[in-house]
Design a protein around this ligand. Structure first.
Ligand code: NAD
Length: 497
C-alpha cells in the first residue's frame, strides 16, 4: 500500500520523491508507505487552496450543495467502515472494536456538519437594532479562508474529521497534515472527497513529517487559520508561527484530567468508568482521567478492585478476539510511557499493578495497564501527561480538598465526578476548571457538544455549533438610509446629541 499526496484535485508524487514507512505497532513491521511532503508540496497545496477559496465556487455555492457533498463523504466512510477500521487498527494499534467506533463517529461528523451548514444558511444575517432608525445593521458570518489543519495519531480519521468537516461546511478550503505515524485513513478521506465532487483545491492532503511539512504549513502567510490538535510543545510553535503575521489559531492540546470518586457511589460502576477513562485507546487520550481522587473511606477497597480489573485486561493485537488493549502507537511512544512509569517509581508512589511490558507478548509495543497509589502531588507523574495506560491515585477527605487537588494543574481539558448525590456532583462540576465535565461517567463524547480545554489544554472549541463557528469570520454590514435627515455627520457632531 502506497499513499500519494492530494493537491489541487489530483493524487501526486511528493516533489522531493520521498516516502515514509508506516509501521504496524502490533507486529513492528512496515505494512505501508505514505508520501513525505516538503516545502515545495506545501507551496503547491496552499496555492491551490488559495485559488479555490479566492476564485472558486466552494465558498460561494449554496450551503445545500456543499452539504450534499459532505453527506456523500459520510456515506462513503460508512460503506468502507470495516476496511477503514482495519487501516486505523494497523496504523494505531487500537482494538478493532474501538476503531469501528472512531470510523462511525467520523462519518457522523460529516453528516452533522452538513446539517449545521444548512441550518446556518437558513438563519441568514442577523439584523441588529442600534437604536437609530436611519441605520440598517446586520451581522453576517463568512468562511475564514484557507485552513491549515494539523492532526495527531491517536484518533487519525476522527481528529481529521473534527476539523475538515466543519471547515468545509463553513465554506473554507483546507490543507490537512495528519500525523506521520498514522497517515493512511486520511488518504482514504481524500479519495472520498474527490469522488464526492469537491472541487479541485478545496481539500488538499499533505502526509509528511512535522518539521518538513507541518512547520512550513503553519508558517505560510497564505493560510488564514491554523487548527491544531497535538502536544503543547508543537502547539506553542504553531502559535508562534501564527503570531508573526497575526493569523487565527485553535489549539486542542493535552491534559491531566481528574476523576473524583465519593464514598457513596457503587464501586463496581466506578471501576468500570475509571478503567475506560484511562485505559481506552491504551491511555493515548487527551482527555484521559488519569488522576484519580478517592474519598478516604473507600480508598483501599477501590484500589483493590481496580488492581484486579487491570490484571484481568486482555492485551494483544487489535484484531484478536476479546482484546481490550492493543500496543502503544510506536517504539518512541512506548519508550516515553516506560520512562514516565520509571519516574513514577522514583517519586515514591506505590506501584499497585503493571509497571512494564507484558512478558507474554514478545512482539509489538505493548505496555501493561499501570496503577500508582499515594502519588505525591509535586511529582512529575501526578502533574504531567504520560499519554499511556497509567493511572495515578490519591485519597481525599473533603469535597473542598478534592476540588482543590483536581484544579491544581496547568491543564483544564476534562474532569469527572462520581457520587450518588447528584447535587454534590453538580456543585463539583461547577467548581472544576475544565472544558468538559462528566458526571457518573468518563469519556463519552458527542459530536453535537463543544469540546476543548481551559488553561494550557488549548484555545477555542471543536464540535457542536462552536466547532463550526470556529471557521467563520464575523462581519457587520451597516447601511445608512438617506432620508430628510441625510446630514448625519453634522447632526451627530452636535453636543446636544
Ligand atoms: P505532536 O504535537 O507531536 O504532533 C501533532 C501533529 O503536529 C502531527 O501531525 C505532527 O507531525 C505535527 N507537528 C510536529 N511538529 C510540528 C511542527 N514543528 N510544526 C507543525 N506541525 C508539527 O502530538 P502527537 O504526539 O501526535 O499527539 C499527542 C498529543 O496530542 C498529546 O499531548 C495529546 O494530549 C494531544 N491531543 C489532544 C487532543 C485534544 O483534543 N485536546 C486530542 C488528541 C491528542
Amino acid at each position: 500500500m502506497r499513499n500519494l499526496l492530494y493537491i489541487d484535485g489530483a493524487f501526486v508524487e511528493p516533489a522531493g520523491g520521498g516516502f515514509m514507512d508506516v509501521i504496524d505497532p502490533a507486529t513492528e513491521e512496515r505494512y505501508a508507505q505514505a508520501a513525505s511532503a516538503s516545502c515545495a508540496d506545501v507551496e503547491a497545496a496552499v496555492a491551490a487552496a488559495r485559488r479555490a477559496f479566492d476564485h472558486g465556487p466552494w465558498p460561494r455555492m449554496p450551503a445545500v450543495e456543499r452539504a450534499a457533498m459532505l453527506r456523500s463523504v459520510a456515506a462513503a466512510i460508512r460503506a468502507d467502515l470495516e476496511e477503514l477500521a482495519w487501516l486505523e487498527m494497523r496504523d494505531n494499534g487500537k482494538p478493532l472494536k474501538e476503531a469501528r467506533w472512531d470510523i462511525s463517529d467520523a462519518a457522523y461528523c460529516f453528516e452533522y456538519y452538513a446539517g449545521v451548514a444548512e441550518e446556518a444558511a437558513a438563519e441568514g444575517d442577523v439584523v441588529q437594532d442600534v437604536g437609530d432608525e436611519r441605520f440598517h445593521c446586520r451581522v453576517r458570518k463568512e468562511p475564514v479562508g484557507v485552513v491549515g489543519a494539523i492532526t495527531p495519531w491517536n484518533f487519525p480519521l476522527l481528529m481529521a474529521a473534527w476539523k475538515v468537516a466543519p471547515a468545509l461546511a463553513a465554506g473554507c478550503c483546507v490543507v490537512l497534515k495528519p500525523s506521520e505515524l498514522c497517515p493512511m485513513s486520511c488518504g482514504a478521506l481524500a479519495r472520498y472527497l474527490h469522488q464526492a465532487g469537491v472541487p479541485a483545491g478545496v481539500f488538499n492532503l499533505l502526509t509528511g513529517l512535522g518539521q518538513a511539512a507541518g512547520a512550513p504549513l503553519s508558517a505560510h502567510p497564505g493560510v488564514d487559520k491554523l487548527a491544531f490538535t497535538g502536544s503543547q510543545a508543537t502547539g506553542t510553535r504553531i502559535m508562534q508561527a501564527a503570531a508573526r503575521d497575526i493569523r487565527t489559531v485553535s489549539l486542542e492540546l493535552g491534559g491531566k484530567s481528574p476523576f473524583i470518586v465519593f464514598a457513596d457511589c457503587d464501586l463496581d460502576k466506578a471501576v468500570e468508568w475509571i478503567q475506560f477513562g484511562v485505559f481506552w485507546n491504551q491511555g493515548q487520550i487527551c482527555s484521559a482521567t488519569s488522576r484519580l481522587l478517592v474519598e478516604r473511606p473507600v480508598y483501599e477497597a477501590l484500589l483493590d478492585r481496580l488492581r484486579r480489573a487491570a490484571q484481568r485486561m486482555v492485551l494483544g493485537p487489535g484484531d484478536r478476539e476479546g482484546v481490550q488493549m492493543g500496543p502503544i502507537v510506536s517504539a518512541t511512544q512506548q519508550r516515553r510511557v516506560l520512562e514516565g512509569i520509571e519516574r513514577g517509581r522514583a517519586s515514591g508512589a506505590r506501584l499497585v499493578t503493571g509497571g512494564g511490558c507484558p512478558a507474554h507478548l514478545t512482539r509489538g509495543y505493548f505496555v501493561e495497564p499501570t496503577i500508582f497509589a499515594d502519588v505525591p502531588v509535586d511529582s512529575w507523574i501526578w502533574r504531567e501527561e504520560v499519554f499511556g495506560p497509567v493511572l495515578c491515585v490519591r485519597p481525599f477527605d473533603t469535597e473542598e480538598e478534592a476540588v482543590a487537588l483536581a484544579n491544581d494543574s496547568r491543564f483544564g481539558l476534562a474532569g469527572a465526578v462520581m457520587s450518588d448525590d447528584l447535587e454534590r456532583c453538580d456543585r463539583v462540576a461547577g467548581a472544576l476548571r475544565a472544558g468538559v465535565v462528566w458526571i457518573n461517567c468518563s469519556q463519552p463524547t458527542f459530536t453535537q457538544l463543544p469540546w476543548g480545554g481551559y488553561k494550557a489544554s488549548g484555545i477555542g472549541r471543536e464540535l457542536g455549533r462552536h466547532g463550526y463557528e470556529a471557521f467563520l469570520e464575523v462581519k457587520q454590514i451597516t447601511r445608512f438610509d438617506f432620508g430628510s435627515d441625510w446630514n448625519w455627520y453634522q447632526s451627530a457632531a452636535e453636543p446636544s446629541k
